[in-house]
Design a protein around this ligand. Structure first.
Ligand code: DQA
Length: 157
């Protein structure tokens, strides 16, 4: 099982940017914690960060046939990008939308997510722990899919 964690614009600036909103933890530390979780739970995790919308679309497309699930913090593109939404819909993999801040209690323009409707769910507002919760969620979803496939196979035999 492989999960790809995709990080959008300005998330490479975590630990420096607006610490009163996003906290002091750097992206590398968040990824290290996720890697530890994946190791403990027996799945593979890969990380990708880009400030460019097209590169994010490309990386989502590359997940097709290669990954089992996606965790994505699309940063500001969350609120604007139909291209990222379409890419998520196109690959049709279980996808969790993540935000460090609670986008629903921030400026009005952040309260709308273009990608929420094509994701399994949204986790928003728990700081770096949002990513951990997303890992727990994707782990559960993939386990359920696996169990369903096994049950179908057993029925066929
Ligand atoms: C964010 C929220 C977005 O509105 C913002 O543009 C970000 C980070 C979050 O994780 O809280 O870059 O996605």
């Amino acid at each position: 099982m492989k999960v790809v964690v995709i990080q959008g614009p300005n998330l490479n600036m975590l630990g420096v940017r607006e610490q009163h909103i996003y906290g002091p933890m750097k992206l590398e530390q968040i990824h290290q914690n996720l890697e530890n979780f994946a190791n403990q739970n027996g799945f593979e995790v890969e990380f990708f960060q880009s400030n460019l919308e097209g590169e994010l679309v490309d990386r989502i497309q590359e997940c097709l046939g290669d990954a089992d699930g996606i965790i994505i913090n699309a940063g500001a593109y969350t609120h604007t990008s139909i291209a990222i939404r379409d890419a998520i819909a196109a690959v049709n993999l279980p996808t969790i939308e993540v935000h460090l801040s609670n986008i629903h209690r921030r400026e009005e323009f952040r309260q709308k997510s273009m990608i929420a409707a094509v994701c399994a769910g949204q986790i928003s507002g728990f700081g770096p722990f949002s990513y951990h919760l997303a890992m727990v969620a994707i782990n559960q979803i993939l386990a359920e899919i696996n169990a369903m496939k096994m049950a179908q196979q057993a029925q066929q035999n």
